[in-house]
Design a protein around this ligand. Structure first.
Ligand code: 9MR
Length: 394
């Protein structure tokens, strides 16, 4: 896992400082350079002060990251500055989803993924690839699997799946530390979902094939299975446990820097951790800790991959009690990771209430919102303190 501290580019730093000083708290989207940098001037102008979460996490040997979209940074300097300053890991929010990266069979568009990889490289941040093989049946309007790919006969679709995994991992080999190869394969009952990918083998064989292609394409990347609502013991987490155990027990011979090594198909399990912050909505912490431990006992790495905590809001405003409870949930999840040696870190699924998938889809989360640690104008919420407090505890 590449975790490095930032080396600020002084020219960028000066430009950013000037840009941010001209716009009050960077709340308006000024035009200007697409910048990401680190330094006290930018911190203050974008609502930050004191040690960053990245600095605190690095002292604890963990990554703390965020989902990232390059297009937001183009119009909103604070988005880029805060992302690259507060966090030591950046993950493609949509850049490696199939509808973005392969809008038609064999037609690749790497622009968004390249942009995230480039920001991470410039800022010496860890770079992670997200949700390569995914078909959310409950959200057909997203068309994550483009229609022309869905329409392929199953054998060709299966070939496209492995070819796609190979192409993407070849391109980012040496740059991506971690890849969530397959996302959300199970339903809440623990049954495999009949996705466009499942239909190619009508079993979990497609998952094994996707991981094998990934391992062969980049033997250095950490390969993760990723899912939501599996943080505690349940039918779903039991089914995932059974599958990732078999994935870990299955090996493939790969050429690692000129030496043939027999490696397991999988390295880790990502728990998305889309949490609820309303009263009485939190799962049992001992249950979560024990669940993480059983996956760790398989020899798997663990990560909270999409952490956010949505809370009740009225016209976008939350009560002080809910903001406090949100702080507790962020602190609890951070502590769970810190207490688990196999946990490599946490990725937040967005860091400002200005935009996250929770605020993007208000109808889906009716009555809930404000799920991130920063306000819409990048001011710290109690939730940000909760993460920092956990990172500073011994
Ligand atoms: O955050 C992402 C959102 O902006 C996109 O519209 C959506 C579909 O592309 O994907 C969101 O991220 C999802 C993540 O990849 C997997 N877990 C659920 C997230 C929300 O759907």
């Amino acid at each position: 896992m590449a975790t490095r501290s930032a080396a600020p580019n002084r020219w960028a730093l000066l430009i950013v400082a000037a840009t941010c000083m001209l716009v009050a708290a960077c709340t308006d989207p000024p035009t200007g350079p697409r910048v990401e940098s680190t330094g006290p001037a930018e911190h203050g102008a974008c609502g930050m002060s004191g040690p960053t979460l990245a600095e605190l996490a690095e002292r604890r040997g963990k990554t703390i990251g965020t989902a990232y979209r390059s297009t937001f940074a183009e119009t909103d300097p604070c988005y880029g500055i805060v992302a690259a300053t507060e966090f030591n890991s950046l993950t493609t929010e949509i850049g490696t989803m199939m509808n973005t990266i392969e809008p038609a069979p064999g037609v690749f568009d790497f622009r968004e993924a390249d942009a995230v990889a480039d920001v991470a490289a410039r800022q010496h941040r860890d770079f992670q690839i997200h949700a390569l093989i995914w078909d959310p049946l409950d959200q057909p309007q997203w068309a994550i699997v483009p229609p022309a790919i869905r329409a392929l006969p199953p054998p060709q679709r299966h070939q496209l799946m492995t070819d796609t995994v190979t192409a993407i991992l070849h391109r980012y080999a040496g740059r991506a530390s971690t890849v969530t190869v397959v996302n959300e394969a199970f339903d809440q009952m623990g049954h495999l979902q009949p996705t466009a990918w499942w239909q190619t083998t009508r079993s979990d064989q497609y998952i094994f094939d996707a991981f094998r292609a990934a391992r062969l394409a980049d033997p250095h990347a950490q390969l993760f299975y990723n899912d939501h609502s599996a943080e505690t013991h349940s039918d779903k987490s039991n089914a995932i446990y059974d599958m990732v155990k078999r994935l870990h027990d299955t090996t493939v011979d790969v050429d690692v820097d000129g030496t043939t090594e027999s490696l397991p198909l999988i390295d880790g399990i990502g728990f998305q951790a889309h949490m609820l912050g309303g009263e009485g909505q939190q799962p049992s912490v001992p249950d979560m800790a024990a669940n993480l431990q059983r996956f760790a006992d398989l020899g798997l790495k663990i990560r909270f991959t999409e952490l956010d905590v949505r809370i009740p809001v009225v016209n976008g405003t939350a009560t002080a009690a809910d903001l406090d409870r949100q702080r507790d949930v962020f602190r609890t999840m951070t502590t769970l990771c810190l207490d688990q040696p196999q946990c490599t870190g946490i990725t937040l699924w967005g860091f400002t209430d200005k935009r996250s998938w929770i605020t993007d889809y208000p109808d889906t989360f009716s009555g809930y919102g404000a799920a991130t640690p920063l306000t819409t104008n990048y001011q710290r919420k109690p939730a940000r303190d909760g993460i920092a407090e956990a990172l500073q505890e011994n």
